[in-house]
Design a protein around this ligand. Structure first.
Ligand SMILES: [Zn+2]
Length: 242
């Protein structure tokens, strides 16, 4: 079988499509159970353990050493991810643009090459090869190429970030067009904009080559795969963050 990343003809690992650690909750709180249950109606919650033969052992190791370890280190262990959002947005700085972005793009790409039913909404077309090459060559591209938006999914009552939710990825729409994909893991909605025009429109909110990530609060009951909620905010701008 052919490895999806290096295209070598090697034995393939029975890999997790999404890395196992994305299910790692930092803590578990009972009062969130009701909120999460109501989410089931609009989101497809993913259980642990979705595996598929996609990668050879070398590529599995490559993704782990270069991208996944870095994400685990900054997001969970160094605690750069906010666990509570009292305000509408916060800016996290000091991230390694290439590693952080390519970790996210590797998630998008893996979901795209997966044949599992849970990832069927992700259909990358020509982007599959572009992403494969960027991941293999450690090339994160400019901020508007597969631009990344980050929303903290919070409890409407307490502002706590709901770390334990992982959902099946869905398509994102802007002005009635399909422009990207939404993934939920690590307490965040990660919005990957495959459409560059849309990414340019939201340029000020995208993850920056300077390593700055703007995190927007989103109460979990307000989640929609449509970007209209951004309109007012983009006009207002984020002067205080610059
Ligand atoms: Zn490989």
């Amino acid at each position: 079988m052919t490895c999806k990343l290096c295209r070598g003809n090697k034995g393939l690992c029975d890999s997790h499509v999404l890395p196992e650690f994305v299910w790692k909750p930092i803590y578990d709180q009972k009062h969130r159970i009701e909120e999460v249950t109501s989410l089931h109606k609009q989101m497809r919650i993913l259980q642990k353990g979705l595996r598929e033969r996609l990668l050879c052992p070398d590529c599995e190791q490559y993704l782990n050493d270069n991208y996944e370890k870095y994400f685990v280190d900054v997001w969970y262990e160094k605690g750069l991810a906010p666990t509570n959002m009292a305000q509408d947005c916060v800016c996290v700085s000091g991230l390694d643009y290439a590693r952080f972005k390519l970790f996210n793009l590797s998630i998008l790409w893996r979901a795209g090459v997966s044949t599992l039913e849970q990832f069927k909404e992700v259909s990358l077309g020509k982007h599959e090869e572009i992403l494969r090459s960027m991941i293999q060559n450690r090339d994160p591209g400019p901020e508007h190429q597969y631009g990344i938006l980050a929303y903290a999914l919070t409890s409407p009552q307490t502002g706590e970030v709901c770390q334990e939710i992982v959902t099946a990825p869905t398509r994102t729409y802007f002005q009635d067009s399909h422009v990207g994909y939404d993934f939920i893991f690590g307490g965040f909605l990660w919005r990957y904009l495959v459409n560059q025009e849309t990414a340019r429109y939201f340029l000020r909110l995208l993850f920056k080559p300077s390593g700055k990530l703007l995190i927007i609060r989103l109460n979990i009951d307000e989640y929609k795969p449509i970007m209209s909620m951004m309109k007012n905010r983009i006009n207002k701008g984020w002067e205080e963050e610059e």
